[in-house]
Ligand binder design. Structure first.
Ligand SMILES: [Ca+2]
Length: 204
């Protein structure tokens, strides 16, 4: 199986978010990345910012530069530039890559394969959880595993199982993944995928 690249691409992610955020009509009362992602291609003319200050505060006339995004200090009057989900997603692998990775595992091993990670509700290609895209978005924008469990209404037992998987990866225990039935040929990709989440605060 080809190695999937899941390295974070903060500049690319921020660029996408800027493009999206600059083109979404206000009001955006709460950041809904699942909805925003669907609007990437529906670019609207007008309301565009100068290239040096490409991020538009929703509903406000002024734009801010990239370095003021997620820098810990609010620059939009409503703090939109410091939205926790936006800033979490900016640190994570692009949601499209996460979705592609999950789909590749399902295509290779069948629709119930991801039960190994996410539990019984991950059967039928994650349909009981809302589908692959919803899970990929939740992985992208949930700051912690608790947030992820809440977003997808995971059962407590499934959430604790998932936590144990992540903790095993954090501790370098690949035996845990093997015991779940992850094949040797995919251990590297799965470990890499899980590590990206751990390294961006998923277990904090
Ligand atoms: Ca800021």
């Amino acid at each position: 199986m080809a190695q999937l690249t899941l390295a974070p691409q903060p500049i690319a992610v921020i660029t996408i978010l800027i493009t999206v955020c600059a083109t979404i009509p206000y009001p955006v009362m709460a950041l809904d990345l699942s909805r925003l992602y669907g609007h990437i291609n529906s670019k609207r003319n007008g309301d565009l910012c100068h290239p040096y200050e490409p991020f538009k505060c929703p509903g406000e006339p002024h734009c801010i530069s990239i370095q003021y995004l997620c820098d810990g200090a609010p620059d939009c009057s409503d703090g939109y530039d410091e939205d926790s989900r936006l800033c979490t997603a900016a640190k994570r692998p692009p949601v499209e890559e996460t979705g592609s990775f999950l789909k590749s595992l399902l295509a290779s091993h069948g629709p119930n394969y991801l039960e190994k990670l996410f539990g019984n509700k991950a059967r039928d290609a994650l349909q009981p959880l809302g589908g692959v895209d919803k899970v990929a978005i939740a992985l992208s924008e949930s700051q912690t595993i608790e947030d992820f469990g809440a977003a997808l209404h995971l059962l407590r037992g499934d959430l604790e199982h998932l936590r144990s998987v992540f903790m095993a990866v954090e501790n370098g225990d690949l035996g845990m993944l093997k015991s779940l039935g992850i094949k040797d040929s995919e251990l590297g990709d799965v470990k890499f995928f899980l590590e990206k989440l751990v390294n961006t605060g998923f277990l904090d």
